[in-house]
Write a protein of this length. Structure first.
Length: 146
């Protein structure tokens, strides 16, 4: 397996990474993904892709380095997904190791992510990978104003 960081404008973002990312974020269209990536890149959003030996993209991660008062400096994982046909094959473990490498190189004090409460299989994976449950995440949906 090979994991690479994809730069803005790389055609593999849409042709290879996006189909895997859509397994986690099915609402993403190519246009919306481009808009999010353009605005998010200015805020530090980066994408990494895992490739199987046959060249197929089997994992995707969206991440950024965040500076805040709580963690000081952390690598926050926006998205982490392994293609359904490649799960339980070490892709997620390799992706986390890749992201941890970025975090350590950037002087981060933690690697952090949120996971939907309904994603129990993902939670088992994160606990096996020695991530701790350290917070609750609260949200309020905001409807656009008419």
């Amino acid at each position: 397996m090979k994991i690479i960081d994809l730069e803005p404008g790389d055609p593999r973002l849409e042709s290879e990474l996006l189909p895997v990312l859509r397994e986690l974020r099915p609402h993403l269209t190519p246009e919306l993904f481009r808009d999010i990536h353009t605005a998010g890149h200015a805020q530090g959003l980066r994408f990494s892709a895992a490739y199987a030996d046959d060249g197929a993209c089997v994992g995707a991660a969206g991440w950024r380095i965040v500076i805040n008062t709580g963690s000081v400096r952390k690598l926050y994982v926006d998205d982490l997904v392994t293609s359904e046909n490649a799960r339980s094959g070490g892709v997620g473990h390799a992706m986390l190791a890749h992201l941890e490498g970025h975090a350590r190189a950037a002087g981060c004090y933690e690697l952090n992510l949120d996971s939907g409460t309904h994603r129990t299989a993902a939670h088992r994976f994160y606990l096996r990978e020695r991530l701790d449950i350290v917070a609750f995440n609260f949200a309020r949906e905001l409807k656009p104003l008419p």
